[in-house]
Design a protein around this ligand. Structure first.
Ligand SMILES: Cc1cc2nc3c(=O)[nH]c(=O)nc-3n(C[C@H](O)[C@H](O)[C@H](O)COP(=O)(O)O)c2cc1C
Length: 399
């Protein structure tokens, strides 16, 4: 039953040992300027030793005002980064493991205290999560600059030896916010119709193809979110088709934006205490008297709801998208059991599966599955890893 999962295969022109991919996971292991460290390299070595099919790096910033609010993001914003990543990539290749760099502009899901300037977005719509400041609507010139910086980052990733790049167009970050009618209210050629909202990605592809030829450029996108007038599967299918037309090498299907709470990253129980302690929006209340803190906690509990199901929640959306395109489809989201992975692959619901949190506690989970030492990941989807990431490199609280 697991045969197809563990057979060597190809994702476009990339050779993989199997069909299980490490989905992009912000590691918080860069140095202050965003250069890769030995710690980051060791994390990837552990994954490669664990025979993961391919590693997608934590998101790397293409420019300063698109930096992540989380701890110590990887950057790829100028040529000085190339040699540093080259060393890391060469090491991972010694294990015969492909490594793909995910690149991002965080858009309105960041803070000026991190980037040094007001966050930017397609439209000036306040983010309910990053609600301290209303983002600035991007000018035409600034959009062109962002396109150029994405293309520069793709070229740098290629020069560094990465096997491909992935554009982060999911979870409410800048490219995702252009795609979503909820976040993009523009009346010019960058907003309105699906084609207009997609234009920024199309332009990245057009310009990148001139510079990097058929180098693999993947996309992570949302199939849906929890917002009124947000992304829905019908729209996502249209976008997937546009992606295929633009020359996208593979689509990873995800869901949700930050405002949705734990939607893309589903949890068994909302980690309220940890949020109160570490999250920038709440840690400021630490010194309040117990009674007042309890009221805030209660409000938080009411505000952040749990979403269901907890497992395999993007599989049906991925299957629908896969039926409509002929490029490879990867599915992520609550995948924990080799039995489920086999079903997804054998039944053609997706060509690849990817996981994030399971690899944090068990970087060798793929090997354990393959050797039949374990059938289900030990990850309990508590998501403490993500909350701690505001101030620390990534780790699992339970391993
Ligand atoms: C700690 C943490 C960091 C993440 N970092 C990224 C990231 O850099 N880029 C990205 O596209 N998704 C990121 N995600 C989302 C995951 O890639 C994935 O879509 C989501 O966690 C669902 O998969 P899982 O259930 O296997 O964890 C992150 C999630 C977590 C929990």
């Amino acid at each position: 039953m697991n045969k197809k999962v563990f057979e060597p295969t190809v994702l476009g022109s990339i050779n993989l040992k199997n069909r299980i991919i490490r989905s992009a996971t912000h590691e918080g292991m860069a140095d202050e300027a965003g250069y890769p460290t030995e710690m980051l390299k060791n994390t990837y070595i552990q994954l490669a030793k664990g025979t993961v099919g391919a590693i997608i790096t934590g998101y790397a910033g293409i420019q300063q005002n698109g930096r992540s609010p989380l701890y110590r993001m990887n950057m790829i914003s100028d040529d000085s980064y190339i040699d540093h990543y080259k060393d890391l990539v060469d090491t991972i290749h010694e294990y015969d493991t492909p490594i793909i760099m995910q690149i991002v502009h965080c858009g309105r899901q960041t803070r000026s205290i991190i980037t040094g300037e007001r966050p930017v977005a397609p439209s000036a719509i306040r983010d309910k999560c990053y609600n301290e400041e209303i983002p600035k609507e991007l000018t035409e010139l600034e959009i062109e600059e962002i396109i150029n910086n994405f293309v520069n980052a793709i070229e740098r990733a290629k020069k560094a030896g990465f096997d491909g790049v992935q554009l982060h167009a999911a979870h409410g970050y800048l490219l995702s916010s252009f795609l979503s009618p909820y976040m993009n209210h523009r009346k010019d050629r960058w907003g309105g119709t699906t084609e207009n909202r997609f234009r920024i990605i199309d332009e990245i592809y057009k310009n990148a193809r001139k510079r990097v030829g058929n180098y693999p450029i993947l996309v992570k996108m949302n199939a849906y979110d929890g917002r009124k007038n947000g992304m829905r599967i019908k729209e996502a299918i249209k976008i997937a088709k546009l992606l295929e037309k633009s020359g996208c090498s593979a689509i990873e299907v995800s869901c949700g934006i930050w405002e949705d709470g734990f939607y893309s990253v589903r949890v068994k129980t909302v980690p309220i205490d940890l949020i109160m302690k570490y999250s920038f929006n709440y840690k400021k209340f630490a010194t309040l008297p117990f009674f007042l803190k309890s009221i805030i906690k209660l409000k938080l509990k009411m505000h952040i709801t749990k979403h269901k199901p907890l497992h395999n929640y993007n599989v049906e959306a991925a299957a629908v998208i896969k039926r409509e395109v002929s490029i490879p489809v990867i599915v992520v989201g609550g995948i924990r059991a080799i039995g489920d992975i086999s079903n997804i692959i054998e039944n053609g619901k997706a060509d690849f599966v990817s996981m994030c949190r399971p690899f944090i506690s068990e970087p060798d989970i793929v090997k354990k599955f393959e050797d039949d030492r374990q059938k289900v990941s030990k990850c309990i989807s508590c998501c403490n890893c993500a909350i701690l990431l505001e101030e620390n490199p990534i780790r699992c609280c339970y391993s």
